[in-house]
Design a protein around this ligand. Structure first.
Ligand SMILES: Cc1cc2nc3c(=O)[nH]c(=O)nc-3n(C[C@H](O)[C@H](O)[C@H](O)COP(=O)(O)OP(=O)(O)OC[C@H]3O[C@@H](n4cnc5c(N)ncnc54)[C@H](O)[C@@H]3O)c2cc1C
Ligand SMILES: NC(=O)c1ccc[n+]([C@@H]2O[C@H](COP(=O)([O-])OP(=O)(O)OC[C@H]3O[C@@H](n4cnc5c(N)ncnc54)[C@H](OP(=O)(O)O)[C@@H]3O)[C@@H](O)[C@H]2O)c1
Length: 282
């Protein structure tokens, strides 16, 4: 029995399945660089909203041996911990080993999912506070798509500021639609509560294409525009908490701003006033 055929049947028609296989249940393309998809959830998988897992596909067969190995990458789980399925929000890198293939998945296809969730963008890693900032760029919105659908987010905070910065307007669509849906979907309103959903302050910005709010969020923090727009005081370690997810450069710049404001970085082992995770390596 090979690694690709862990399930055998007595008939000669056994269908090979991937190890740790999950079945794709929906796919939605947003731009030529972004798509989201949902897969079945292993019955035994427990995770905290905001965590990530390794997912992937089988790689190409080795030219000499014909052997195939799993090609795995880290992905934030975009769905909340209570959901029956798992959702992912993905980039399409034209020559990316995984996403050049993953972007073509269809309903009924299988992907590999390693059921070992980890991560620091979790409530456990934050000290209590009253206002939660969720700072994201690009696909860094994904862990917050999970946390925005998590009741604990609203139990822990009075106000949730969701910032999302992308180059172009179309790249904001997944996040905008998710928040619109939260506030209009009867099931979500019942689960999270209308008053709680009113705590969300959505703050989308673009940096290249014209939109109502332009600029890097780091600039808008530094020049005070973010706080003026929201009508809130500047960052205060006594009440403000932050979760950050974007490129390495973005994370480093935000980290410096958080520390300048007196917030300390937290971890699972030692909760703090802000937490950070990379949205991708490179
Ligand atoms: C903790 C963690 C969580 C992640 N969560 C997600 C997620 O939820 N969604 C997601 O799409 N990716 C996520 N990634 C990135 C993901 O692991 C892969 O890098 C991505 O799927 C591309 O895989 P690839 O094999 O096609 O190309 P890779 O060889 O992995 O990447 C090629 C290059 O593409 C660029 N790139 C990779 N990922 C992104 C991205 N997300 N946004 C912009 N540029 C990128 C980088 O410049 C990178 O060097 C995460 C990475 C980490 C470390
Ligand atoms: N997005 C696209 O349309 C596009 C198209 C083709 C290829 N790519 C490639 O894909 C990769 C990732 O692109 P991406 O757009 O997903 O991610 P990205 O380059 O990290 O940019 C996402 C958003 O974050 C902002 N940003 C980047 N660094 C920042 C920092 N240090 N502080 C504050 N804000 C910061 C960007 O603003 P700025 O615009 O000011 O940088 C942009 O609005 C890049 O290598 C890029 O060359 C992107």
């Amino acid at each position: 029995m090979t690694e690709q055929t862990p399930v055998t049947e007595t008939t000669a028609k056994a269908v090979p399945v991937l190890p740790d296989a999950q079945t794709v249940t929906s796919v939605k393309h947003y731009t030529d660089r972004l798509f989201a998809f949902r897969v079945s959830r292993p019955a035994s998988l427990r995770f905290r909203s905001g965590e990530f897992v390794m997912i992937g596909l089988m790689g190409d067969p080795h030219p000499e041996t014909g052997k195939q190995r799993p090609l795995l990458r880290a992905y934030s789980i975009a769905s909340p911990s209570w959901d029956d399925e798992l959702e992912f929000y993905s980039i399409k890198v034209p020559d990316g080993p995984l996403t050049s293939k993953l972007q073509h998945i269809k309903v009924g296809d299988q992907i590999i999912l390693k059921p070992k969730p980890v991560g620091t963008l979790v409530h456990d890693a934050l000290l209590p506070g009253t206002r939660l900032y969720l700072f994201s760029t690009g696909t860094g919105f994904a862990p917050f798509a999970s946390l925005l659908r998590e009741p604990e987010t609203y139990e822990n905070f009075d106000e949730i500021v969701m910032t999302h910065t992308c180059r172009d307007v179309d790249e904001l669509t997944y996040g905008r639609e998710l928040i619109e849906n939260l506030k209009s979907d009867e099931m979500m309103i019942e689960l999270l509560g209308e008053e709680n959903l009113a705590k969300i302050r959505y703050y989308p910005t673009t940096t290249r294409e014209q939109s109502p709010k332009m600029g890097r969020i780091t600039t808008l923090i530094e020049n005070g525009e973010l706080f003026a727009d929201l009508g809130v005081p500047a960052l205060d370690p006594a009440v403000d908490r932050a979760m950050v997810c974007g490129s390495l450069a973005f994370n480093l710049d935000i980290k410096a701003l958080m520390e300048k404001a007196g917030l300390n970085e937290g971890a699972n082992s030692e909760p703090g006033e802000f937490v950070i995770e990379k949205a991708f390596v490179g």
